[in-house]
Ligand binder design. Structure first.
Ligand code: PAF
Length: 282
């Protein structure tokens, strides 16, 4: 596997490939890789001639400096994992490469409600930071296809909107959430759960599955309240939000008239670890 860390190296490497039409599958990450990321790499490998993964902990998408400081940085383990699954290139730039002029850039697009509900509401500025770095990474790596997990459903919606509005020449491939055997969605943050918190965490997915069973049978508002109550039966979990929203606009649904578009979304704290998950309901 080739390891590159500067824009200049990447440009030298990628230009001949884009000129000869090599298909490039790109998986952007912030490292601390787990099976969820590796499944994206495997899919990119199956669908492209070259697979490229980036590892960059993007400072401008953290609205909480403590969260940025605590984010696990495990580049050498990440590199070994990528090598093992046959990733061709690892790009791990430093912040000075991506933000040579500092981090004051902005990107004005029409996000509709995408950056205002759920994650957008509780993590102001987060999606702008994600969109800015993903746009930069796309312009550096020239991917044919880019792979994003549905675990970050709202992020996926934001990136699709950006690609559509800026007419970026890349196909976004949404990939199913990879779960632990007990249902907990894989996430780099799971590493920070205590043993006791890890035991309770699967309740998030259990309740999402129960919500899917009840969907359409009781009013949306009642189901939402039921889900919050059910999760909070566990004193160690604090629900930040639980919403049932439209799969594209993410606007909360008031009834089941567009039920085929309904997705349930949750963010919850176990101790100081914030987990998110979601489930398409129909
Ligand atoms: O999902 C992530 O890991 C990050 O938000 C991404 C897409 C790599 C941008 O920093």
């Amino acid at each position: 596997m080739k390891q590159l860390s500067t824009l200049r190296e990447m440009e030298r490497f990628i230009t001949p490939l884009t000129e000869n039409g090599t298909s490039i599958g790109f998986v952007p990450t912030m490292g601390a890789l787990h099976e969820g990321h590796l499944s994206l790499i495997r899919r990119a490998k199956a669908e492209n001639q070259l697979t490229l993964c980036s590892v960059f902990v993007n400072p401008i998408q953290f609205n909480n400096p403590e969260d940025l400081a605590k984010y696990p940085r495990t580049l050498s383990t990440d590199a070994k994992m990528l090598e093992k699954v046959g990733c061709d290139v690892l790009f791990s730039p430093g912040a000075e490469e991506l933000y040579p002029q500092g981090t004051t850039e902005s990107l004005e697009l029409d996000w509709g409600m995408l950056d205002k509900v759920m994650e957008g509401k509780f993590r102001p500025g987060h999606f702008k930071g994600v969109a800015i770095v993903v746009k930069k990474l796309f312009s550096i790596t020239h991917p044919t296809r880019a792979y994003f997990g549905k675990k970050d459903y709202q992020q996926l919606a934001v990136i699709r909107r950006m690609v559509e509005q800026l007419r970026l020449p890349v196909t976004i491939i949404p990939c199913d959430t990879v779960r632990e055997p007990d249902g907990l969605a894989m996430s780099s943050r799971n590493l920070r759960l205590t043993i006791a918190e890890r035991q309770v965490a699967p309740v998030i997915y259990e309740v999402l599955c129960q919500v899917r069973e009840k969907a359409g049978k009781i009013p949306v508002k009642d189901l939402r309240e039921w889900a919050i109550r059910k999760i909070q039966e566990h004193p160690s979990i604090r629900v930040e939000y639980f919403e049932i929203g439209d799969k594209e606009t993410l606007i909360p649904l008031e009834n089941w008239s567009l039920k085929s578009r309904a997705v349930a979304f949750i963010a919850a704290f176990l101790g100081d670890v914030r987990l998110i998950d979601n489930l398409e309901l129909f």
